[in-house]
Design a protein around this ligand. Structure first.
Ligand code: NBP
Length: 476
């Protein structure tokens, strides 16, 4: 009997995904470049389900039902291309190749086009949730053709996380749509973590709370609007005590945040699309800044903070202010991320259902959170919502939070504590709602030095002022 589906690439993600498939009753073919990993998987977990181990890629392909469905789980970039090149020689028209790695969506578009030429379906698929998710139910974001989803959908939905009985998996859109959405998911994750980190920093440095106390604060927050996986694990990490020193774990970890690149990609693509994703950008830059240890050391010697730091009169009130600032800033970051997905969908003709994206992020993935339900409702009510911030629920939430949000940004500035996420989110809120922006002056300057022309508020057309010659205005 042939296998329903196959997984090639059996490092941690691939083996866990294969086990998840087997545990759901699918007969699964498994293959890895070096056969040792295949052997280990079957030896250790063969009893969990129905595995068909293959030593060669040809045997692996041979063991699959037609049309064949192959999931590639290897290192993104060159290794993925290497596996695809080998596979296409063995597959037949109608077969499906799923790339579950963290590919750049532009690579996915290129691969999809190349495989389509050969009659094959290429399905770039975002998979979120890390190793644990791959094994027990990830959030799955498949791109590719609708036809391929008819075959793959039932399998991928079966192994995905479930929330209220609904699978955290849906067909995102054609070609690179799945990997694009996964990229933005990761960008939002960066913003979310940065905001959480700023909240911690403010509670520590401005309100004087210790890591253990802040862990309790986050534990409490996890039962309200902020309920989410990231807030839950923040309480765990802050509550952890280092065994060697007896100090809070967070005090003994080097304060340089690393990154693998998906946050940076999200910002790069936003720049190309002209979408302001300030929350994600601040988060990426804050990680970069943290790594500039020489600059930081030099600045610490030369640049002082404020001469006096105002005391927090009412700690509980400040904690509540920070909670509200965190929530409002988080809404901004998500609103910007969804704007980026919409812009890409328009550019690439992807027709992405934004509400459905919020739905499949409710479980399995790192940004899973209660408030994604609200995002789904917002787009269900109006799929052409100009911004999440103007949906009645979110507008109400940020309006209610705004005074607290302003107090927190003021307190951060007064205390000399960096809060780029909170303050840029507030600036974004203020910019969006401003009747007039100083962009008018920028247009004037551009016209002055470069004759770039401008439009007027009171009549149609394009104009230029002869700045050097009497300053008369002419039609441009
Ligand atoms: P790795 O990203 O560490 O990749 C290791 C796998 O790639 C091994 O199976 C290895 O085979 C195979 N491989 C390499 Br490297 N070069 C190859 C080549 N030229 N031909 C064939 N196979 C090759 O594995 P991972 O951490 O399990 O991640 C897999 C994918 O999932 C990645 O794209 C990753 O970005 C993505 N992802 C990871 C996570 C996570 O939490 N780790 C989450 C979501 C997505 P070998 O055993 O023979 O060396």
């Amino acid at each position: 009997q042939k296998a329903r589906i196959g997984v090639t690439g059996l490092a941690v993600m691939g083996s866990n995904l294969a086990r998840n498939l087997a545990r759901h009753g699918f007969r699964v073919a498994v293959h890895n470049r070096s056969a040792a990993k295949t052997k280990t998987l079957v030896e250790q977990h063969g009893h969990e389900g129905d595995f068909v181990a293959a030593e060669s890629l040809a045997d692996f392909v041979d063991s699959l039902q037609t049309p064949r469905q192959v999931i590639i789980m290897v290192k993104a970039g060159g290794p993925t291309d290497a596996v695809i090149d080998e596979l296409v020689e063995l597959l037949e028209p109608g077969d499906m190749v799923v790339d579950g790695g963290n590919a750049h969506y532009a690579d996915t578009r290129r691969r999809e086009a190349a495989l389509r030429e050969r009659g094959l379906h290429f399905v770039g698929t975002g998979i979120s949730g890390g190793e644990e998710g791959a094994l027990n139910g990830p959030s799955i974001m498949p791109g590719g053709s609708p036809e391929s989803y008819q075959h793959l959908g039932p399998v991928l939905e079966a192994i995905s996380a479930k929330v209220d009985g609904q699978p955290c998996c849906t067909h995102v859109g054609p070609d690179g749509a799945g990997h694009f959405v996964k990229m933005v998911h990761n960008g939002i994750e960066y913003a979310d973590m940065q905001l959480i980190a700023e909240a911690f920093d403010l509670l520590h440095k401005v309100a004087g709370l210790g890591a253990g106390e802040i862990a309790e604060v986050f534990r409490g927050w996890n039962s309200g609007d902020l309920e989410s996986y990231l807030v839950e694990i923040t309480a765990e990490v802050l509550g952890h005590v280092d065994e060697a020193t007896g100090k809070p774990f967070v005090e003994v970890v080097a304060d340089q945040a690393e990154q693998k690149g998906t946050g940076r990609w999200t910002v790069q693509e936003a720049l190309e699309l002209g979408v302001p994703v300030t929350g994600i950008a601040e988060a990426v830059f804050a990680r970069s800044l943290s790594g500039h240890t020489e600059q930081r050391a030099a600045a610490q010697k030369v640049l002082p903070g404020p001469s006096s730091v105002p005391q927090v009169a009412d700690r509980d009130a400040f904690v509540e202010d920070v909670r509200q600032a965190l929530y409002a800033s988080k809404v901004v970051a998500y609103a910007q991320g969804f704007d980026e997905i919409r812009a890409a969908a328009d550019t690439y003709d992807w027709d992405i259902d934004l509400g459905a994206m919020a739905t499949i992020w409710r479980g399995g993935c790192i940004i899973r959170a209660r408030f994604l339900e609200r995002i789904k409702d917002a787009y269900d009510t109006n799929k052409d919502l100009p911004s999440l911030l103007v949906d009645s629920y979110f507008a109400d939430a940020v309006i209610k939070a705004q005074e607290a949000w302003r107090r927190v940004v003021v307190a951060a500035a007064a205390a000399g504590v960096p809060a780029p996420g909170f303050s840029s989110a507030l600036s974004y809120y203020d910019a969006l709602r401003s009747e007039r922006l100083p962009a008018a002056l920028i247009q004037g300057l551009r016209d002055f030095f470069g004759a770039h022309t401008y439009r007027r508020v009171d009549r149609e057309g394009s104009f230029h002022t002869l700045w050097g010659e009497g300053r008369n205005e002419i039609d441009a």
